[in-house]
Ligand binder design. Sequence first.
Ligand code: ZN
Length: 247
Amino acid sequence: MTLPSGIGNRLLAALPPADLDLLAPELEIVALDRDAVVSRAGDQTEHVLFPHSGAISVMIDMANGQTVASAAIGREGAVGTLSVLGPSPAAVTAIVRAAGTASRIPASRFHAAFNQSPAIRHAIQIHFKAMVIQFQVGGACNALHPVQARMARWLLHLRDRVDHDVLPLTQEALSQILGVRRTTVTLLMRNLRASGAIKSERRCEIEIDPSRLAAVACECRETMRSEVEEIFSRNVAPPRALVLPTQ
Ligand SMILES: [Zn+2]
């Protein structure tokens, strides 16, 4: 396939051309349709996805049917990368929250390139570090911070990935992400509208005021964002650089 000249995914963009060429013949551009389940807990991982745009939430499914989101993935990350540790069923479910596009590669082909290329392994290490930070901070946040602050955090996570103040979200989706009842989301939405942090809510779209919402969100959004940016700045050479990172 021909990769776009401006690769949207930051992990792919960080690869030297020779390493990207290991993946390119097997990469295909696919649409990320809103609400699509791109990975389901318990299923074998067939593909690794590198989003160029859009936003995906990583969901934990409890036995009683409850769900809660544990991480957000956009163009800075990938889905299905744990498959490089060996074939095993996916532990989590990944759902597209904001539509976009992604590059997709069969997991077996990605595994082969991963074994061949130190630069690809390095990119995946960066992704794993970023995900661990999300899981760690998110775990503390879910236990310690009020649901309104968590909801504001999540709206901003999605806004960071879609670069738009109108978010394609329903109250039902927020209820799944936050692990709370729909009626709780309705109440929180009313509070945030009254404060101006949410400007409007139509059937499937929520328009936010990012600066007002940031004042409501807990510290975790900024902690995650700054730590992930630091990982990228410390570990990623300028896009398309021909020099591998020094070991
Ligand atoms: Zn928090």
